[in-house]
Design a protein around this ligand. Structure first.
Ligand code: FA5
Length: 345
């Protein structure tokens, strides 16, 4: 075959490969084999040295023309394939912004809010109302009115965070929900049956069962002839309604300046089922709250006659209630905001 025929053949083959490239990626992949040194036309160029000198100019011209024709075809096909690819992309990746996806990834109430609502439901079902009070409190409501005058050593039971407001250490972040009791009794006369949920603050180091900012629900009953037996019965009812019949609870003698007698309310640790673990400090029990018969001094401080009325009060940790109900082993998990944890509830 003459050199001219070989050039023509190589040109036709190259053009055919260009025109039959199925997409842009395939076209770009064959580029080196069309124009590189190892391409057929490149190989023919290397034969130029062996061609008769009289023919060299004509063959060189034919080779250049063939290469140029292949390059022009290549560039034109590349533009067409790129436009095609862009059109396909626009078609497949098109977003219809006029339509809202049918299952948007909605958030939901935090476990603590859900728990608070459930607790409120349980107590409302038992005839209680729901009351609220401020998180920044005065010394009077958080301590003094609760039978804890400034010199009382039991103030050290609560590691208090004071706010740089008012005079001296008068304004603080409430250390418990008990100040709401005082506010309710100031505004309402007995009979009082109320629960007061809310956030409280202490200088406590965070661990599996402690947080520096946590939640409590306070309960307060003031009426004629209320006794410790009413308290015990109410807590039994509550435990069965909230945890189910299988969970055991107990009352342990304790001390709170605003109740007399006072008790600590514990339930079987649901993590280890009583065997002892890190969450229950190896005791098998978890302390959920304190309770007792309202001290006569507290009633007198708000102008309720302790000779006519008596009452009981309790204050439970909501975070610990949620921990026990859902078998969570570490309170800190609730507030690290890991979506994998939060979406489970
Ligand atoms: C009180 O705060 C009393 N006001 C409770 C009370 C109310 C007693 C009415 C009598 C009458 P105490 O400091 O024990 O008590 O806290 C009550 C509950 O809050 C604890 O049992 C526990 O469940 C929870 N709690 C206490 N500290 C923390 C903390 N750092 N993190 C999470 N929960 C806590």
């Amino acid at each position: 075959m003459s050199v001219h025929d070989q050039i023509e053949d190589a040109r036709a083959q190259a053009l055919s490969r260009v025109e039959n490239a199925p997409d842009l990626d395939a076209l770009v992949a064959i580029e080196p084999s069309l124009f590189g040194k190892k391409s057929t036309l490149g190989g023919l160029k290397r034969l130029m040295g062996q061609v008769d000198a009289s023919e060299r100019a004509a063959i060189g011209k034919a080779l250049n023309a063939a290469q140029q024709a292949v390059r022009e075809a290549f560039d034109s096909v590349r533009v067409t394939l790129a436009a095609e690819m862009r059109r396909e992309q626009l078609e497949t990746e098109r977003m219809d912004l006029t339509e809202v996806p049918c299952a948007p990834n909605l958030g939901h109430l935090h476990l603590i809010s859900q728990t608070t609502q459930r607790l409120e439901d349980v107590f409302v079902g038992m005839g209680f109302t729901v009351s609220e009070g401020p998180e920044a409190e005065t010394d009077w409501y958080n301590f003094t009115a609760l039978n804890l005058p400034s010199w009382h050593p039991a103030r050290s039971m609560w590691d208090t965070l004071y706010l740089d407001l008012g005079s001296g250490e008068d304004v603080l972040l409430r250390t418990h929900t008990s100040p709401v009791q005082v506010r309710v009794m100031e505004q309402q006369r007995p009979p009082i049956y109320t629960v007061c949920p809310g956030r409280v603050f202490r200088r406590d180091t965070a661990d599996a069962s402690h947080l520096p900012a946590f939640h409590q629900i306070e309960g307060l009953v003031v009426d004629e002839g209320i006794t410790f037996g009413d308290l015990a019965g109410t807590l039994d009812e509550f435990t069965a309604a909230y945890f189910g019949e299988s969970i055991k609870s107990r009352l342990r003698p304790s001390f709170f300046p605003f109740t007399e007698p006072s008790a600590e309310f514990d339930i079987t640790c649901t993590i280890c089922e009583g065997a002892g673990c890190q969450t229950c400090a190896r005791t098998g029990w978890i302390e959920l709250g304190g309770c007792g018969v309202v001290h006569p001094n507290v009633l007198s401080n708000v102008g309720i006659d302790p000779e006519c009325y008596s009452g009981f009060a309790f204050g439970f940790g909501i975070d610990r209630l949620a921990l026990m109900r859902h078998g969570i082993s570490d309170l800190r998990d609730m507030f690290t905001n890991d979506v994998r944890f939060l979406t489970q509830f």
